[in-house]
Design a protein. Structure first.
Length: 448
């Protein structure tokens, strides 16, 4: 048997099947396979498109595929292969159906036996001849929204209950749009004007951000291989992820605790504002040593290592290291269900359960309870998550305040004045608001 040639579609199939079968992380699998395959840029883009597209639309594609395979027992990789073909037929307009069909059959022939090749050929021809089921025929509105957005029904129900039908539908539509590549300018090394000029010189196109200052949305070119990136003048970070630190008003001499820091994106963002000559320092915690090393690596790359101190420590055990009243500001970017990142991490929608969100609420609260005494009077804890589930957000804040009368919820404000006309003190950015990730930010001030 000859070795299978690595193509965009074989790479995509391997990545998808590993994610669906073994719960592998899509980004890690894809990067690993692409590095091995050495495809050209066009094929790398196609493979990436297919992987994220199939995972984003998995429930829709499975719903469409079911009538064509009926009750037949199908190997996992064969089902994944058929899903990739269905995705290409319906979502990739520039790829002709015959090309999809030919290569899909070729993969089935190479990886399987003659029976699998015949089965695959028959299913593909039947799909093209009969077409797929109209999703509007699904009578139950929750199920229809779940299948069309490819999101488990419990998530749909939670979003509808928390935000209403119209907003939930917008959010579910937004999470299936491609994630944008965004850079943040490292103001410890350079400035926005200089970066813009260098990007133009290197053929990288961009737009300004309406969400965060010093952020640029990349629309073309290879910023990851630019001199700006290799020199640490810019870093990759979603616009919404910049907002917690943006809201903190960090001053040069502040002592700041980043309680849940890895991989260090917000740690280095905090560090940019600090001046170690006047006592500015950020203490970054993570429970795993390999992750604190990653924070240190990030800090060195962005030239702020002189103001970052890492500690391999569970945030719930800060009493072991820090005295009460140590910090001017504390960031708790808490462990969460990640429901704001579904555009970027599509597979997590299929593995999370409502109980996960409820259990995380308890962990979030325990972290806040532990770090609260370490804040100076008048200081602020910025509590943030990358989820949009209210039980992990506003409910966590509410429960914390109920147990801590010495804290007051103050209005979260950002440089771009996002949603400044809102009625709530907390700030929730939905994936449908600005095309960025979903995020929650709140500001808890310790009373004087």
């Amino acid at each position: 048997m000859t070795k299978e040639k690595a193509t965009a579609r074989t790479v995509a199939l391997t990545a998808i099947d590993r994610v669906r079968q073994n719960g592998a992380y899509s980004n890690l699998q894809l990067n690993q396979l692409l590095n091995r395959a050495q495809l050209n840029d066009q094929d790398r883009r196609l493979a990436t498109n297919i992987v994220y597209g199939v995972l984003q639309h998995q429930l829709t594609l499975e719903y469409w595929l079911t009538p064509f395979i009926k009750d037949k027992k199908v190997d996992s990789w064969v089902e994944s292969l058929l899903l990739t073909a269905l995705y290409q037929y319906h979502y990739l307009e520039r790829v002709p159906n015959w090309a999809v069909t030919d290569e899909t059959i070729e993969i089935a022939k190479h990886r399987g036996n003659p029976g699998i090749r015949r089965f695959t050929t028959g299913v593909l021809h039947a799909i093209l001849k009969k077409g797929v089921t109209d999703l509007n025929q699904i009578k139950d509105p929750i199920k229809r929204l779940a299948i069309s957005a490819s999101v488990p029904e419990w998530i749909v129900k939670e979003l509808v209950n928390q935000y209403g039908q119209a907003t939930a539908a917008k959010v579910l539509s937004a999470i299936n749009e491609p994630a944008r590549l965004v850079i943040r300018v490292n103001t410890a090394k350079t400035n926005l004007a200089t970066v813009k000029a260098q990007l133009t010189k290197e053929g990288v196109t961009y737009q300004g951000s309406q969400v965060a200052p010093n952020a640029l949305v990349i629309s073309g070119g290879d910023v990851l291989n630019s001199t700006l990136f290799s020199d640490g003048a810019v870093t990759i970070q979603d616009e919404s992820a910049m907002l917690p630190v943006d809201s903190m008003n960090v001053q040069p001499g502040d002592r700041v605790l980043d309680a849940c820091a890895a991989p260090g994106g917000k740690t280095v963002q905090i560090a940019e504002y600090l001046d170690p000559t006047v006592g500015g320092q950020v203490d970054a915690l993570d429970i795993h040593q390999h992750k604190t090393r990653l924070i240190e690596k990030n800090a060195r790359r962005l030239h702020v290592a002189d103001r970052v101190r890492t500690h391999t420590l569970d945030a719930r055990k800060v009493d072991d290291v820090f005295a009460d009243g140590t910090f001017d500001k504390i960031l708790v970017d808490a462990p969460c269900s990640g429901m704001g990142l579904l555009r970027r991490k599509p597979e997590i929608r299929y593995t999370k359960k409502l109980t996960d969100s409820q259990n995380l609420h308890k962990i979030q609260l325990s972290i806040l309870n532990a770090v609260a005494p370490k804040l100076k009077k008048g200081g602020i804890i910025t509590y943030s998550t990358c989820t949009i589930m209210k039980q992990e957000n506003d409910q966590t804040v509410k429960d914390f305040l109920a147990a801590h009368p010495d804290f007051t919820l103050v209005k979260t404000q950002t440089a771009r004045k996002l949603k400044d006309d809102r009625f709530t003190a907390t700030l929730t950015v939905l994936p449908s608001d600005y095309g960025s990730d979903g995020f929650f930010i709140s500001s808890l001030q310790r009373n004087l």
